[in-house]
Ligand binder design. Structure first.
Ligand code: KIV
Ligand code: NA
Length: 265
């Protein structure tokens, strides 16, 4: 089984073949997602919310991201594994960004890192790429800046912010990003920048014209019950299924029907 590379993703864009990406944070989920055939697995800092229960992505640490990433790596054979650099691990300066990226690569065995931002992180991208580490960008709604934005609403609806995004995306492509996530921006803007870029765009709430799509796996399988933004397509109702299974188990234990004669030694 051949491992997906950044070069294969570029060939996919060139051929018009869509890129499918999902998050994973642990060994078991990574294994089922990888064997399902996804092209890219993102160890997202969304782990801060869906794994650790924090309100935002800000609290998760580099050590915690490395723990999630090393678990995911052990569960994958085919997908390219990209790991988010968490808040506070790269914004200081480009040397700090490089040392964080090196720690992720060495300690987890991941294949690439992702970081949020445009021109302000271009120097960091250049330095990390120069060290031989592939970098994925992330523009539009960037959750590590949530307290600056104030809300999780659609970004770049106004011309000034759209123009800023267009110049940022060219800057990070020039800095050496192999791909970029576009989160929650108008479909028309995503279409325009996707056509203007050499590298593939991966959308989440960015419409049908991106070169690929990503979803948080817990959202996609319906585990994060009650989270139903317009961009989310839910493929399972895992919360309800697990909840039902738990109730059946409790009933069986309480009634004495589990374990039965065949389920004992
Ligand atoms: O952390 C994450 O899950 C992400 C994706 C939503 C792109 O950054
Ligand atoms: Na993220």
């Amino acid at each position: 089984l051949k491992r997906i590379t950044t070069h294969i993703l570029q060939e996919m864009k060139n051929k018009g073949e869509k890129i499918a990406m999902l998050t994973a944070y642990d060994y078991s989920m990574a294994k089922v997602v990888d064997e399902g055939g996804v092209d890219v697995i993102l160890v997202g800092d969304s782990a801060s919310m869906v794994m650790a229960g924090h309100e935002t992505t800000l609290p998760i640490t580099l050590d915690q991201m490395i723990y999630h990433a090393s678990s995911v790596i052990r569960g994958t054979k085919r997908a390219l594994v990209v790991v988010d650099l968490p808040f506070g691990s790269y914004q200081g300066n480009s040397k700090e960004a490089l040392s964080s990226a090196i720690r992720v690569m060495k300690e987890s065995g991941a294949h690439a890192v992702k970081l949020e931002g445009g021109a302000e992180v271009a120097e960091s991208i250049e330095r990390i790429v120069a060290a031989g580490i592939p970098v994925m960008g992330h523009l539009g709604l960037t959750p590590q800046s949530i307290y600056k934005f104030g809300t999780y609403t659609v970004r770049a609806k106004e011309e000034a912010e759209a123009d800023k995004l267009k110049s940022d995306i060219l800057r990070i492509q020039e800095a050496g990003c192999f791909s970029v996530v576009l989160e929650k921006i108008p479909a028309k803007l995503a279409q325009e920048v996707t056509a203007s870029l050499i590298i593939p765009t991966i959308g989440i709430g960015a419409g049908q014209h991106c070169d690929g799509q990503v979803l948080v796996v817990n959202d996609m399988i319906g585990l994060t019950k009650g989270f139903t933004p317009r961009f989310l397509r839910q493929y399972l109702e895992m919360y309800d299924q697990i909840n039902g299974a738990v109730q059946s188990y409790i009933k069986d234990v309480k009634s004495g029907s589990f374990p039965n004669e065949k389920e004992q030694y």
